[in-house]
Design a protein around this ligand. Structure first.
Ligand code: G4P
Length: 522
């Protein structure tokens, strides 16, 4: 089974750091596309097909994640796209549960930004190993040491520079690869990388005096010496544990460092491995096909109520037509038309291996978090719900539409568009999201797909926590004393709604036997 040759990864970054450009170049270098620019063009064509995605067009962002597969030198890369806009949804978080590693893209002038940091924290929760790509060195940026130290300090990670930029911005003269001692050089007016490489014996090689300006060279020699003394050597084990990040400098736009990045993923990033499950972790060579749904995309075509469930295959060799059963609910489903997401177009998959993503068309049977397997005897754990950062009360404009509203909210909670909470007292349902954009998606879909006109009002609560207690009596007591703040999530789990984060802390101190969780595993 070709598992050791698979790399399933995502790119995490803050908007504008260059994720789209880098994705394009990765696909280009991976031979999946021949013209840079196709990723964006394809995205627009796809978006044009779907009505509710109007918001995406208006805002010029992509709400949906997609999967891109390419092959190079016998290695299959599955790149899972995580939407990188400011207001992101739980989709983004959950996509990170389906990858084995991540590439963190940082703008050399801006360093670690808020979104990068949030996504990094999700990776850390799951010990997802991270390769860092510091982008845009063809522009003026912060000094290399400043960048490296910021990553180390803010993220509490060991950093190991693998390449070093020779000058930056106007004085940029190339990239020096510290592992291979190769110097990558720009060419032509555009100063792009077209494959011009000089093999040296090291930074002291006299050849360099002929190629690099005296000023840049002196600085390079001094910096590299300092760096080699000051930062740990690359340690593959520490990287795979999520304790160390190798750092590559480059310019996606000018195609510097992209090759090294692909090589790094192929060489160092972990292949699919055992994932946490009940009753026991499931390894790729477990005796059956199994996987889990990390994303459901509904109504890609507004004329059909079709949905695509994105399943990460964890074990076994999947074959088209195979029957898999969702654990805990439902009958076996024969998967006749699975979709593999190649960069060029969607293709029907005949076979898929651990680490691959399969799109399974269905009519709403499959939910985010579902485990699918041949024997229906395992359940993958660790697909989290996140405490919402914005809560809103749903105000129905036409009271006869209560049933439709409930159905719509349940559906969308299932897809992970929003969370829904049903308060113990009163009939005003509350929805929770982690980003503003999810609210717009909700209203637009309520209107377009369910014909329900609704508005959103400020809720008297600001955040929510899932509560549990070892002794059910403690939980019951807490709930009866705080009924006005109690609600149930869509699966019936008790949730405490708080007016502020401060209140959560205050209440948690007073009721030490009750646990307040900001994430809930499904
Ligand atoms: P994102 O997906 O992370 O949001 O970033 P994206 O790739 O769209 O890049 C954001 C902007 O940064 C784009 O410029 C892009 O061309 C530029 N960029 C990306 N990588 C590099 C790089 O290595 N060097 C330089 N100098 N610029 C880079 P834009 O003008 O906003 O968009 P566009 O009109 O070029 O598409």
């Amino acid at each position: 089974m070709p598992v050791s040759d698979r790399r399933t990864f995502a790119i995490i970054s803050h908007p504008d750091a260059g994720k789209t450009t880098l994705t394009e170049k990765l696909l280009l270098f991976g031979g999946a596309i021949h013209l840079a620019g196709e990723v964006k063009a394809r995205g627009q064509a796809r978006r044009a097909r779907s009505d509710w995605m109007k918001i995406e067009q208006q805002r010029g962002i992509s709400v949906t994640s997609s999967v891109m597969t390419f092959e190079r030198n016998g290695v299959t890369f599955n790149l899972l796209d995580t939407p990188g806009h400011e207001d992101f949804s739980e989709d983004t978080y959950r996509t990170l549960t389906a990858v084995d590693s991540a590439v963190m893209v940082i703008d050399v002038a801006k360093g670690i930004e808020s979104q990068t940091r949030k996504l990094f924290e999700v990776c850390r929760l799951r010990n997802v190993p991270i390769i860092t790509f510091v982008n845009k060195v063809d522009r003026e940026g912060r000094h290399v040491f400043e960048t490296l130290d910021e990553i180390a300090d803010l993220l509490a990670l060991d950093v190991c520079p693998m390449t070093w930029p020779v000058g930056m911005g106007g004085t940029f003269e190339g990239i020096f690869d510290l592992a291979t001692n190769r110097l990558l050089l720009p060419e032509g007016d555009s100063r792009e990388f077209h494959g011009k490489v000089v093999q040296t014996s090291g930074i002291d090689d006299p050849q360099l005096d002929e190629i690099i300006s005296a000023e840049n060279l002196a600085k390079l020699r001094e910096d590299v010496e300092l760096a080699q003394a000051g930062y740990p050597a690359f340690d593959g084990e520490a990287y795979r544990h999520g304790d160390l990040t190798p750092v590559y400098f480059g310019s996606a736009l000018k195609e510097f460092g992209v090759d090294s990045l692909i090589e790094a993923i192929a060489t160092h990033a972990p292949p699919p491995h055992a994932l946490p499950a009940e009753p026991a972790p499931v390894a790729p060579d477990a005796g059956q096909v199994s996987g889990f749904v990390f994303k459901v995309q509904a109504n890609m075509d507004p004329n059909h109520r079709d949905r695509i469930a994105f399943m990460r295959l964890v074990s076994g060799t999947f074959k088209r037509g195979m029957k898999l059963t969702p654990t805990g609910h439902g009958k076996p489903i024969a998967i006749h038309s699975p979709i593999l997401f190649f960069a060029r177009e969607r293709e029907l998959a005949d076979e898929a291996f651990p680490g691959d993503i399969i799109g399974i068309p269905n009519h709403g049977v499959l939910r985010v978090g579902d485990t699918l397997s041949e024997k229906a005897d395992v359940r993958f754990t660790g697909l989290p719900n996140f405490a919402p950062e914005i809560l809103r009360r749903v105000a129905l404009k036409d009271p006869t539409k209560t049933k439709q509203l409930r159905k719509a909210l349940d559906d969308m909670a299932e897809e992970g568009v929003t969370q829904v909470f049903y308060p113990e007292i009163g009939s005003n349902w509350i929805i929770g999201v982690v980003g503003q954009l999810q609210l717009d998606v909700l209203l637009s879909r309520l209107d377009a797909e369910y014909k329900v006109a609704a508005g959103l009002e400020v809720a008297p609560f600001e955040t929510a926590r899932w509560i549990t207690a070892e002794d059910p009596k403690d939980l019951a007591e807490f709930m009866s004393l705080n009924r006005g703040a109690m609600a149930k999530d869509r699966d019936g789990n008790p949730v405490f709604m708080a007016k502020s984060n401060w209140e959560v802390g205050y209440v948690a101190d007073r009721y030490s036997k009750v646990k307040f969780a900001a994430t809930r595993e499904r």
